[in-house]
Design a protein around this ligand. Structure first.
Ligand code: ADP
Ligand code: ASP
Ligand code: MG
Length: 423
């Protein structure tokens, strides 16, 4: 049952059903070519024919953004971030136009909008810009005229009038931002899986589809590597009260609803397992063990906006010196090591390691159950997998392990927490 919108005036009931405002987002595989775009447009046309007010967000065709990123890197390895955005935002321009044309061919009035045309205003952080404001009037006008607005995902307009992009996977965030601005009843994320699974089904074939998952769990899953939703899109949906659904554009299946914790009926201790290969490990050996050293290491990294995730400190010898190990995004590893070598900091060696993976177990049930971490450690120990760093939050435990064991670890943990499907 659809609820009337949180803000704004309720829409009229049509033949006993609510006429809803919906945002439909189609990811790269769902708009991979003309045939897939036709399939996606068919879904839009069906919602419009049911009397719903529909706005659409599209990604670039799958593979296109990767190709554009590669072209930028080939021309200019240390590229200007504003020009990177000018290039990589272009994939979504093509699909938004093709989607609008396809809808028109189906008899559905449609118009495409690029980020700057609404506009979707962002900050100036090229490559990872944050949305500040969505001007939704053009969308409302399109709907009032009985048409469908097709918005290019992933892009916005900086304060100085340049094209920005929202970070990889950012079309999800465009969709949620539009849904919030329009007071939509729901934001549907159409993708190549039929929902959020207990682990990436490409890694764990026995993964199960989750019917409902709490925002907080989805936020942890996404930030720990479940790329089915961009982390920022989940955070925004949680903050703005947007009802989010993940479902397949290829089959008619109910999908996964991301909901408030109060709507979770059956609480699992562990809801899912996530794997991330985005981080690299840095170890500084022989660092002086005195007050201020951690600040001297992490201060320059923070100033350079390098995100440090896991940290462990060991006392290495007689209490005078210590080893410190931490993780940074692989994409920032070179910058981080250069900054540490330049910092006024004494150490014996700086050892970077890209061959690591982070495996996490997530679940709101952890708050009220003991022994979750112990099961994780015992499971990994039984497979001879060494844990290099551990970090925890109230609803998550992450371990850093050698990259080669990531899939084995994910499968073993999935079984150990009783998540495997029967089939
Ligand atoms: P799109 O192009 O539609 O945005 P993405 O590739 O960004 O699609 O996200 C969908 C992919 O996310 C799936 O194909 C799947 O491999 C991956 N994925 C990772 N973790 C999960 C998970 N827990 N549940 C479902 N899919 C997941
Ligand atoms: N096309 C962009 C990417 O590949 C944005 C998205 O698909 O969400 O990252
Ligand atoms: Mg995506």
């Amino acid at each position: 049952m659809l609820r009337p919108p949180a803000g704004g005036k309720p829409l009229q009931a049509v033949e006993g059903c609510f006429m809803a405002r919906l945002v439909l987002k189609f990811g790269g595989t769902s708009v991979a070519d003309r045939e897939h775009i036709r399939n996606a447009a068919g879904r839009v046309a069906r919602e419009a024919a049911a009397g719903h007010e529909v706005a659409v967000v599209v990604s670039a065709m799958s593979g296109v953004t990767n190709d554009l990123v590669g072209q930028v890197a080939a021309v200019s390895p240390l590229h200007d971030a504003a020009e990177y955005d000018a290039v990589v935002a272009s994939g979504e321009q093509v699909t938004s136009g093709l989607m609008a044309l396809t809808l028109q061919e189906m008899g559905v009035p449609a118009r495409s909008f690029l980020g700057w045309q609404l506009p979707i205003r962002t900050d100036g952080a090229h490559g990872r810009a944050r949305i500040r404001h969505v001007e939704a009037d053009p969308l409302r006008a399109a709907a009032a005229a009985g048409g469908v607005a097709v918005v290019a995902g992933f892009q916005g307009l900086s304060p100085d009038g340049r094209v920005t992009t929202l970070g990889r996977g950012g079309s999800d965030t465009t969709a949620v931002a539009l849904a919030a601005a329009l007071g939509a009843e729901r934001c549907d994320i159409y993708t190549d899986v039929d929902g959020v699974y207990t682990c990436d089904p490409r890694i764990v074939p026995k993964a199960r589809k989750i019917g409902r998952i709490a925002f907080e769990e989805m936020l942890e899953m996404a930030s720990q590597g479940a790329k089915v939703l961009q982390t920022r899109s989940v955070a925004m949906a949680m903050r703005r009260g947007v009802r989010l659904r993940v479902l397949s554009s290829f089959q008619d299946a109910p999908g996964t609803m991301i909901v408030g914790e109060d709507e979770i009926v059956e609480e699992q201790v562990v809801t899912g397992v996530a794997v991330s290969r985005e981080d690299a490990k840095v170890t500084l050996t022989g660092v002086e063990d005195r007050p201020g050293v951690a600040a001297a290491i992490f201060g320059p990294l923070a100033d350079a906006e390098i995100n440090v995730d896991m940290i462990v400190q060991n006392v290495a010898d007689g209490g005078q010196h210590t080893d410190i190990t931490f993780t940074v995004p692989k994409s920032d590893l070179e910058r981080a090591t250069a900054l540490l070598r330049e910092a006024s900091l004494a150490f014996d060696a700086l050892v970077p390691d890209r061959n690591v993976a982070k495996v996490s177990v997530v679940g709101i049930g952890m708050r009220s159950h003991a022994g979750v971490a112990q099961r994780m450690f015992a499971t990994l120990a039984a497979r001879g997998i060494n844990i290099e760093v551990i970090s925890t939050s109230e609803i998550k435990i992450s371990v850093l392990i050698a990259d080669e064991y990531a899939e084995l670890a994910a499968r073993a943990l999935h079984t150990a927490y009783g998540l495997d499907c029967d089939g």
